[in-house]
Write a protein that binds this ligand. Structure first.
Ligand SMILES: Cc1cc2nc3c(=O)[nH]c(=O)nc-3n(C[C@H](O)[C@H](O)[C@H](O)COP(=O)(O)O)c2cc1C
Length: 346
């Protein structure tokens, strides 16, 4: 009851203020973990991690790992923190975050505001004192490059070096629309070069820490089929573990005409659902089962989660659904997904 009132009130605040409050509540106020039924139908094996459920928190919600204490109690199977960059940065000028309430969607052009990878590393090491590596929910770190960097590849490598020891997996983010040039890494030649360097570093870190960390690529839903096919082929060739499909879209055609004068930025939530599903389906078709895929975009109930699984996802993430429906959405999705899976099995 109190939680519901809190989430109702919090939505009345401007988006960035409410986000700041929520992160600090999760950071400082102890939360009791709800007991939920574990059922074998919900289990998944994600990059070798045996998880009791396939639902994860998407990157961007906790960019710095500040709220891990609370997030780890929310019954997610996995949590992705970041996007983090080598140096702290402010991001784009405000306002830069808009809710479209009637569509349960968000437009953002934040541009990776974060406190830098050393801050995130400290938070993650701190969390490892009470939440060991490999324990569910597993923790992935999503890494990116600074806006004004002269060498983006070097930025990815630096972040990788800092988090390799304490992360359960790493996601290379080449798909956010608000960092100029980032999406160009999805092009064949650039991706080849990036992943060659990532793999060189991966081998060094593998020897140093005596563990092989899963590495994923997060892609956008605006990519054309030819580039996507090349991207999938290279991801397989370079032995990455999987793809997260998808990040936000910059395609305004997903918005109905009456709302078209909404500012530019990445669109997430329900308006992204169909488009991200199309990309997910294609990734699966092109990869022929050689990659694991995490489905992301517009999930906020059991049915939307199930559709992603049907399209081949081994895991599902959400962001906007959590903003519009509050933390109860996690248990709602899991209980409804279980009912759907039970029916489908009959
Ligand atoms: C406010 C906001 C910030 C985000 N920041 C990041 C980010 O830093 N890194 C990233 O990879 N994705 C980021 N995303 C994208 C989400 O992780 C996700 O791909 C997208 O929102 C689609 O999922 P959804 O429809 O469940 O929200 C952000 C999304 C939103 C709404």
């Amino acid at each position: 009851m109190i939680k519901n009132i809190f989430f109702y009130l919090i939505r009345l605040l401007p988006p960035e203020v409410s986000h700041y409050v929520v992160i600090n509540v999760l950071r400082y106020i102890p939360i009791k973990k709800k007991n939920i039924k574990i059922n074998k139908l919900l289990k998944t094996n994600l990059f070798g991690y045996k998880l009791s459920n396939p639902l994860g928190l998407a990157a961007g919600f906790d960019k710095n790992g500040d709220a891990l204490l609370g997030l780890l109690k929310l019954n997610f199977g996995f949590i992705e923190i970041g996007t983090v960059t080598p140096l702290s940065q402010e991001g784009n000028t405000k306002p830069r975050l808009y809710r479209i309430n009637e569509e349960r969607s968000i437009i953002n052009r934040l541009g990776f505001p974060n406190k830098g990878v050393l801050h995130l590393e400290k938070n993650l090491l701190q969390a490892r004192r009470y939440h060991s590596i490999g324990k569910e929910p597993i923790i992935g770190v999503n890494i990116g490059c600074n806006k004004n960097t002269k060498d983006p590849v070097k930025d990815f490598i630096f972040c990788m070096q800092k988090v390799y020891k304490s992360a359960d997996y790493i996601t290379i983010n080449i798909s956010s629309p608000n960092t100029p040039g980032l999406r160009n890494f999805q092009k064949k030649e650039n991706l080849n070069k990036l992943l060659t360097k990532i793999n060189l570093q991966r081998n060094i870190l593998k020897k140093e820490y005596k563990k092989s960390l899963p590495i994923l690529l997060k892609i956008d839903p605006d990519i054309n089929d030819r580039l996507l096919k090349d991207l999938v082929d290279i991801t397989i060739k370079k032995k990455l573990n999987g793809i997260i499909a998808t990040n936000t879209t910059i395609d305004k055609s997903v918005i109905k005409k009456s709302l078209q004068n909404i500012p530019d930025g990445g669109i997430s939530g329900k308006l992204l659902y169909k488009k991200s599903n199309k990309t997910l389906k294609k990734v699966n078709k092109f990869s022929k089962g050689k990659l694991q895929v995490i489905g992301l975009g517009g999930v906020d109930n059991g049915d939307s989660a199930y559709q992603k699984i049907k399209l081949g996802a081994s895991g599902i993430q959400l962001y906007s659904g959590l903003i519009f429906k509050g933390p109860d959405v996690i248990e709602d999705i899991l209980s409804n997904l279980l009912i759907i899976l039970q029916k489908a099995k009959k």
